[in-house]
Ligand binder design. Sequence first.
Ligand SMILES: [Zn+2]
Length: 329
Amino acid sequence: MLRADIREYGEGDRSGAHPEEEGGGGACYGGFGEEAQGIRCRAERPIGAGPLQEMRQDARGSVQVGMLQVGIRARFVNLFWSACNATTEQYFKEILKDIKLMSPEASNYLMEKSPRTWSRAYYQVGRCCSSVENGGCESYNAIIVEARKKPIITMLEELRMYMMNKLFTTKLNGWSSDVSPEIRLGLNELKVNQRFWEVLPSGFNQFETRSGSEAYEVDLDKRTCSCRMWQLNGYGCVHFVAAISYLNRDVEKYVDTYFFKAMYMKTYHYKNCPMNGSKMWSETNYISPLPPNNRRMPDRPKTKRVRDVSEKGGNHRFSKKGKKISCSL
Ligand SMILES: [Zn+2]
C-alpha cells in the first residue's frame, strides 16, 4: 500500500473508537497507512493551541549511514541499534556508556545527532508509532520503482491505476478481525514471550512483572507500563501481555483505536475514479508536446539500485577471511 497519503480527522471524528474508550475529541490525526510500521505522525491539538508534532530521523538512513561515513567502525552498529530501540532513558544511557568506553568518538557523534529524534527513549508517548526507521518511504519507493522510469503522463497513469486497484482489493479482502493483521502478529509474538515474566498483582488492575533482575509496573486502568513500550506503540508490551494473561483477558480489547478496522476503513473510504483512455480525452488548443530526441548513452542503462554505504560489504555474504579451513579426507 502506498502510504504517502495523509488523512486528517477533525475533532471527535473517531467513530471507530473502542467501546471502552470514549471520545478522543480535540485531536488531529495523520497516518501513513493501516499498520504500525512506517512513520506515523500524531499531533495532539489541545483546544486553542497549535499542533504539537514530533520530528524523527530515519535511524538507518540519517544516523547509521553518517556514522559509517565518518569512519566509525561497523562493530558499534549493534550497540547503536540497541540505543535506538531502548524505550527508557536509563537503558539508553547505559548503552551509550558502553559505546563511550569503546569509542568516545562514536559516542560524541551520536550525541551530536540529537538522540531525541532517533531513540525510542525520548519519543513522545501517545503517537502509536514506535518506528525508528522510515518504512513509509521504503514502501513508497518499492512501488514506484518501475513506473518512475516512464514518461510523466504514463508514470502518473500507472500510479493512479495501482492506487485504484489497491484500494479496492484491500477493502474487498478485509480483515479476519477488528484489529489490524500486523498488530495481531505483534501481539502473538508477545504472547509467546510473556511466559518468561512472573506477574505479581498489586492494587486493582495494577501489577509488577519480574524476570531476573528486571521489573516493570503495569497499570491496566491508565494503560501504561514503566518500560514505555505500550505507550509508544499503542498496542502493548510483553509485560502488559503477561498481566493480561494472568487475568485471562483478551489483549485485543486494549489495542488503541488507530489499529481498528473502522479507523482503517475511514482512512481509505475514498476511491480513485476510473478514467477513459487518452484517445477519449478532450482536445485543447495547445500545441501537442513532442517526445525528446533519442540520445544514445555511452553505457547500458543501469537497472540495479545504487546501494547505500551501510549496505556495502554485503549483509548476506560472509567472508571466509580468517576462517580455519580443514579437509575431511
Ligand atoms: Zn512493558
